[in-house]
Design a protein around this ligand. Sequence first.
Ligand SMILES: [Zn+2]
Length: 118
Amino acid sequence: MPASIYLPRRIYYCDLLKGCVMEIREFQQLINRMYSDKDRRRGPAGTFLWFVEEVGELASAIGEGTKEEKAKEFADVFAWLVTLANVEGIDLDQAVQEKYGTGCPGCGKIICTCEEKP
Ligand SMILES: [Zn+2]
């Protein structure tokens, strides 16, 4: 295990090689800790609507937002995606590793050689 500095009350860690990182699993656990009661009451359909609303806000920010506004909307979309995964009982870290961890799901290569999408 690399030497790490665990900051109190922070869920990410910093080390000399990687800088400061928060892994997907840690973020999903943080979101679960912050919101799980509300999320369970709202359920998957209501949570999905909030996720889609945030995607709409990201679309607006991409169209006319500053870089800071875009960054905040990316964070919101990711947080609501993680929330939806919590509500559905999906381990997003594991899902991403299984689908993309060894390369492109289409061609299996690290540098994708699939036909370009428009
Ligand atoms: Zn590919």
